[in-house]
Design a protein around this ligand. Structure first.
Ligand SMILES: Cc1cc2nc3c(=O)[nH]c(=O)nc-3n(C[C@H](O)[C@H](O)[C@H](O)COP(=O)(O)O)c2cc1C
Length: 169
C-alpha cells in the first residue's frame, strides 16, 4: 500500500483520487414544483435509517434541481439499470431540461413529479430536512413508496467510468 503524508494544498487532489475508489450506484433524482419538473444524475445518495425509512441526497446548490427541491414537497430517486448509461449522460448535462425526458419511459405522480417507469427501483420520498453545507445541500427524504424492477443489475460509477457490479470471488 502506498501511504503518503499530504500537505493541505494536496488534500483536494488526494480526496478526488480517494473518491474515485468509491463504487456508487447511479440514480436520477427527479422533482417538480408548481411550474416545472426536472431531473439530474446523482450518485450522492445514501441510506439514512430504517425507522423511519429514509435516505439522504446531496445536491450542488448551482443546479436547477436544487432550486426546484427547495419548493418541492416530494422527490423521487430513480435507480438506474446497467443498460441506462445514455440516460445518465443526458441527465448530467448531455441534454437540456425538456430534452432529457424525451429519452426513457417517464410517468408522472398525481403531484406532477416524474419517475422512470423502468428504473431498477423508484424511491418516492417526502422531503424532510435540508441542510446546506459548503457548495451542496443535504436533503433528507422520508420514503413513502417504492417501485422495484425484478433483476438486480444497477448501473455503477467508479474511477470516472460507468461499470457493472459482479459478485466478488
Ligand atoms: C455519475 C455522476 C454522478 C453525479 N452525482 C452528483 C451528485 O450526487 N450531486 C450533484 O449535485 N451532482 C452530481 N452530478 C453532476 C450533475 O449530474 C450535473 O452537474 C448536472 O448537469 C446538473 O444538472 P443541471 O444540468 O440540470 O443543472 C453527477 C454527475 C455524474 C455524471
Amino acid at each position: 500500500m502506498n501511504t503518503v503524508t499530504i500537505n493541505p494544498q494536496e488534500v483536494d487532489l488526494a480526496y478526488r483520487a480517494a473518491m474515485r475508489r468509491f463504487a456508487s450506484t447511479v440514480t436520477i433524482i427527479t422533482a417538480a414544483d408548481h411550474e416545472r419538473h426536472h431531473g439530474m444524475t446523482a450518485t450522492a445518495v445514501t441510506s439514512l435509517s430504517m425507522n423511519p425509512p429514509s435516505l439522504l441526497i446531496c445536491l450542488n446548490q448551482k443546479t436547477l434541481l436544487h432550486d426546484i427541491m427547495y419548493r418541492a414537497r416530494r422527490f423521487c430517486v430513480n435507480v438506474l439499470h446497467r443498460d441506462q448509461v445514455a440516460l445518465s449522460a443526458a441527465f448530467s448535462g448531455g441534454a437540456g431540461s425538456a430534452e432529457r425526458f424525451e429519452m426513457g419511459e417517464w410517468s408522472f405522480t398525481e403531484e406532477g413529479g416524474p419517475y422512470l417507469a423502468d428504473a431498477q427501483a423508484n424511491l418516492f420520498c417526502k422531503k424532510g430536512a435540508a441542510i446546506p453545507y459548503g457548495t451542496h445541500t443535504i436533503f433528507v427524504g422520508e420514503v413513502e413508496q417504492v417501485g422495484l424492477r425484478d433483476a438486480i443489475s444497477p448501473l455503477v460509477y467508479q474511477d470516472g467510468a460507468y461499470c457493472v457490479a459482479s459478485p466478488a470471488a
